[in-house]
Design a protein around this ligand. Structure first.
Ligand SMILES: NC(=O)c1ccc[n+]([C@@H]2O[C@H](COP(=O)([O-])OP(=O)(O)OC[C@H]3O[C@@H](n4cnc5c(N)ncnc54)[C@H](OP(=O)(O)O)[C@@H]3O)[C@@H](O)[C@H]2O)c1
Length: 322
């Protein structure tokens, strides 16, 4: 089933931009993009952009009535795990209430709904996990992502749940993900402490976007783990980032998760087994080095574009937002 009309929620975020870009380049579908801000971070013609707050039932209903999608891909969420722990009401409102609003609006048209979930639905005692393993979230973020999954599964709508983890990549104006943050820190010569007891597969956002769209094209439903090929500790990942970007790896010191005293508990021995997605969707997720090479290329092109469009020649420009 190649979708004819697609609505992307959270289209200004990292994954949202990658999904929107992949759709606009690769399909003839009518695409509507939507996020919290007044306008799109990047104009992707011919897609239309409509500002929408996911937590407003009325706005979501109006958006879905306007877009008439046969597929809704929800990339919007509160993704800051510690903020979810301390601001629980907001986390629930967006990560669960938002999914409820989408489901309610989709029920009028019978649209397929895509929910992007996380390895944080697991406790990290015995990863890596398959789609069949029993979720046991430790954090409020993990609980909210699992609740979103469960509501969708019980909705009666056709659905695709893509579980992923440690999402990284480059796109205009995105919040600093682990890779972008580390590059910025090391470029400035700032020493960083990185945990060596959290294990999982870092995932290139472009690969996840492609996997989701491939699943839709093939008419797949159900849960799919879509994550990077390599499982590594965060510390190992950081060293590999430093090497890929020729930065000073001696600035990186290993520490334990417990030393950070973060508000939200983290799954430690995590990771997602992607065999089902590889076989059923025919995808081949990037290794860490392949993914970092893609990011490096995108940063270089982004900096070149920013330099070309800079109002004052020679004025320094920043990486990340803007
Ligand atoms: N990042 C990871 O490592 C990771 C790991 C596993 C799973 N995931 C899941 O993957 C998905 C995409 O993550 P991401 O890293 O691409 O996230 P992101 O870059 O933080 O993007 C999320 C987007 O949602 C928007 N949003 C937040 N509240 C909203 C609301 N009330 N109404 C409309 N839009 C709203 C945000 O807008 P503002 O920026 O204006 O707030 C942002 O554009 C999420 O479902 C996340 O839970 C992420």
């Amino acid at each position: 089933m190649t979708p004819h009309r697609v609505l992307v929620m959270g289209s200004n975020g990292l994954l949202g931009q990658k999904v929107a870009e992949t759709l606009v380049r690769g399909t003839s579908a009518v695409i509507t993009l939507s996020s919290l801000e007044d306008g799109p971070v990047r104009v992707l013609e011919p897609a239309e952009y409509v500002k929408t707050d996911l937590t407003s039932k009325k706005d979501v209903k109006n958006l879905v009535a306007r877009a008439e999608p046969d597929v809704i891909i929800n990339c919007a969420a509160i993704t800051n795990v510690d903020a979810c722990e301390t601001e629980r009401e907001l986390a629930w409102k967006v990560n669960v209430g938002g999914v409820e609003n989408i489901i309610e609006a989709a029920q009028r048209t019978g649209a397929t709904v895509v929910h992007v979930s996380s390895d944080y639905v697991f406790d990290g005692r015995n990863g890596p996990y398959t789609e069949e393993d029993r979720p046991e979230p430790l954090s409020y973020y993990g609980k909210s992502k699992l609740a979103g999954e469960n509501i969708l599964r019980a909705s009666g709508l056709p659905y695709l749940i893509a579980r992923t983890m440690i999402l990284y990549g480059f796109a205009p104006g995105v919040k600093a993900n682990f890779v972008l943050w580390l590059i910025q820190s090391l470029e400035k010569g700032t020493p960083v402490r990185i945990v060596d007891d959290q294990i999982g597969n870092p995932t290139l956002a472009d690969d996840l976007a492609y996997g989701i769209i491939r699943g839709l094209d093939l008419g797949k439903t159900g849960i799919f783990n879509i994550a990077g090929r390599d499982i590594a500790s965060r510390y190992d990942f950081a060293l590999r980032i430093a090497r890929a970007f020729a930065l000073d790896e001696s600035l990186i010191t290993p520490i334990k998760t417990a030393q950070l005293r973060q508000p939200a508990p983290r799954p430690l021995k995590s990771g997602l087994i992607t065999l089902k997605a590889e076989v059923e969707l025919g995808i081949s997720p990037s290794t860490i080095e392949q993914g970092l090479a893609v990011v490096k290329n995108q940063i270089t092109r982004g900096a070149r574009r920013a330099a070309d469009s800079a109002p004052v020649p020679g004025q320094p420009h920043t990486r990340g937002r803007g």
